[in-house]
Design a protein around this ligand. Structure first.
Ligand code: ATP
Length: 269
């Protein structure tokens, strides 16, 4: 991978009492890429993201954002980050625009032109002057992304951004995340427990299981199917698809996705 990474996670662990939530994770995210954290519920995705954005202390290791350490140079590191970790909170009786104006007031250097720019980027122009209480979940999500982008971060972090979105909302989110990465050089970190979504959205995917990094894979231009092939490869090593899926803790739906793309399981035409 060329150039300096925007995000570098180095041997990061999180322990609470004698419980290990995240263990010795290392990876880097580069400008212009959409990087996914994929893993079943409880794998440690949110814990890792909370540490990356400084919402949770790091037990061991270091997170670097554009050369600034989140532990020791928090303000410098945080300036580079836009994030939605929990559900974004808005004033429901104010319009989307007034909510953005309010946030813009707290960030130096954000003018109305920038607000208009992020509003059109997340395709909220037609409804930006309506009260947020009239917004659908997808529209709130987009307003959240607009807010996270106001200060032109170089790293955008979204925890389970597709939760609750309909297929059209997921498609739009995917399109503008890719646009941000490709055209604006932003590094995007997203988490999900859905393999199919990660395949379509990401350039590379880190697979987490029980707080550990199983692997980092490139999705490549071909998109869909790469991860399926990876699982197939693992299957060929052990000859047991179901035990791997169980081990990964994937749901039945995910199991179906895996087996659909697995030639060994297809019935002959
Ligand atoms: N503050 C905490 N104290 C103790 N254990 C915690 C704490 N926060 C999370 N955990 C545990 O750490 C593990 C990882 O949780 P985490 O929320 O990071 O997983 P996740 O991959 O984001 O899953 P999900 O998609 O369900 O949020 C889980 O077993 C969870 O119960």
């Amino acid at each position: 991978m060329d150039g300096e990474p925007i995000l570098k996670v180095e041997h990061v662990s999180k322990k609470i009492g004698d419980q290990v939530l995240v263990e010795d994770l290392s990876f880097a995210v580069f400008p212009g890429e959409v990087f996914g954290l994929l893993g079943p519920n409880g794998a440690g995705k949110t814990t890792l993201i909370r540490m990356i954005v400084g919402l949770m202390s790091i037990t061991e290791g270091e997170v670097w954002i554009r050369g600034a350490r989140i532990r020791k140079q928090f303000e410098e590191a945080a300036r580079q980050v836009g994030a939605i970790v929990e559900n974004p909170e808005f004033y429901p009786f104010l319009t989307g625009y007034k909510n953005l104006l309010h946030f813009a007031g707290m960030v130096p250097g954000v003018d109305r032109e920038r607000i208009d720019e992020v509003v059109s980027l997340v395709k909220l122009k037609p409804s930006i002057h309506q009260p947020v209480k009239t917004y659908s979940l997808g529209m709130r999500q987009r307003l959240g992304v607009a807010q996270a982008l106001l200060h032109e971060p170089t790293l955008l972090v979204l925890d389970e951004p597709t939760n609750g979105l309909d297929p059209a909302g997921i498609r739009e989110l995917r399109q503008y995340l890719r646009y941000l990465a490709r055209e604006k050089g932003v590094a995007v970190l997203v988490s999900s427990h859905l393999l199919s979504e990660m395949e379509l959205m990401c350039d590379r995917v880190a697979i987490l299981q029980k707080g550990r990094l199983v692997d980092v894979r490139s999705i490549g231009e071909k998109g869909r199917g790469e991860l399926e092939r990876m699982v197939q490869f693992e299957v060929n090593q052990t000859h047991d698809l179901s035990s791997i899926l169980q081990e990964l803790g994937w749901s039945e739906r995910e199991t179906e996705i895996f087996s659909d793309g697995w030639p060994g399981r297809r019935s002959p035409d």
